[in-house]
Design a protein around this ligand. Structure first.
Ligand code: G3H
Ligand code: 13P
Ligand code: ZN
Length: 329
């Protein structure tokens, strides 16, 4: 059965990106794998009146079951409407997006089951193959008015099998041809961010190297007004890492992208900022705290509940103070 995202109440990314580019802010793209994360994202974004991109990875689909996950996302739209009406706040635009799609078939399956946006990540492929794969997905997706994100350049972390640091960065001289040849709606670029909680190899107290804003500016010159996406944008907040370590965890040298760098990026053509690890850290920190301080507790609601509250606070802070998306719904 083909399910259209329009019937489910999602929007594609076209209009919200246009507004974000004009307004000098970025839309949050938060990953979710379970109900508590999804609730927190919706509550935080309704309370800050922020548009939001709900991101689902291939791994999330496998973990939660793709059918259940899709119904959860569908439920999130109804939950958002109820919440907005209850709090007398505006309804917010929600995009349901496939994160790091790795094949045409996966993108097709998402498009046919109600996703309003997909990423086809051909960034590991030779340039010409990336173009061909991305173009194939775009042609299919556009028949259904689904938007497509492509990627040029390779981030470290989960994309770490590429050899040289230097060649990870996006080559600005490729972007114009890529966008024209593929017809993509947005482009993820590599300017020094990476996935996960261990982004930079710095000694304690040292600052991570700044993002390569020179590359971003060069890209913007070549494709003016085109929506750019930043992956690997968690800040790896020290409070959460400390809390995890305090309550029995072991996360040494976890470092993320400083918030001031993200604020600067959000004002540029970067109009989508991907954050997953920060949610994982906040949740783990609060669950560890609850289990360590209340050892007799065994009701999952008693440790998942506080984790969800913390996630709400963190997402609201990001929307209001980092991405600038608050009040833009
Ligand atoms: O960029 C990757 C996202 O953080 C998703 O991670 O594949 O472990 O779900 P995952
Ligand atoms: P983080 O690991 O920095 O949260 O990045 C998430 C991401 O890029 C999802 O696609
Ligand atoms: Zn990513």
């Amino acid at each position: 059965m083909i399910v259209s995202y329009k019937e489910l109440g999602f929007v594609n990314s076209k209009e919200i990106f246009k507004k974000a580019l004009k307004g000098g802010y970025a839309i949050p793209a938060y990953n979710f794998n379970n109900m508590e994360q999804l609730q927190a994202i919706i509550i935080a974004c309704v309370q800050t009146s922020s548009p939001v991109i709900l991101q689902v990875s291939k791994g999330a689909r496998e973990y939660a079951n793709q059918t259940l996950l899709r119904y959860l996302a569908q439920g999130a739209v109804e939950f958002m409407k109820e919440l907005a009406s209850e709090k007398k706040l505006p309804e917010i635009p929600i995009v349901l997006h496939l994160d790091h799609g790795d094949s045409f078939e996966l993108c097709k399956s998402c498009i046919l089951s109600g996703f309003s946006s997909v990423m086809i990540d051909g960034s590991h492929l030779p340039y010409e193959e990336n173009v061909l794969l991305t173009k194939k997905v775009v042609e299919y997706a556009h028949e259904f008015d689904v938007t497509v994100e492509g990627e040029l350049g390779v981030l470290a972390g989960i994309e770490e099998h590429v050899q040289s640091e230097v060649h990870h960065y996006t080559k600005p001289e490729e972007v114009e041809d890529f966008v024209k040849s593929t017809g993509v709606d947005s482009l993820a670029i590599a300017i020094g961010t990476s996935h996960g909680a261990y982004k930079f190899k710095v000694k304690p107290g040292e600052n991570p190297p700044p993002l390569r804003f020179d590359i971003l500016e060069e890209v913007e010159k070549r494709i003016p007004g085109f929506p750019i996406v930043l992956h690997g944008a968690s800040s790896v907040l020290k409070d959460y890492v400390d809390m995890i370590n305090r309550y029995g965890g072991n996360m040494e040298n976890a470092v993320g992208v400083p918030e001031d760098q993200l604020r600067r990026a959000a004002k540029s053509a970067v109009c989508k900022i991907n954050i997953d690890s920060d949610g994982r850290l906040a949740m783990t920190a609060k669950i560890r705290e609850a289990l360590a301080t209340k050892p007799a507790e065994f009701d999952p609601r008693k440790y998942l509940g506080p984790a969800r509250e913390e996630l709400i606070k963190m997402y609201m802070d990001k929307n209001m103070n980092v991405l600038g998306s608050a009040g833009k719904a």
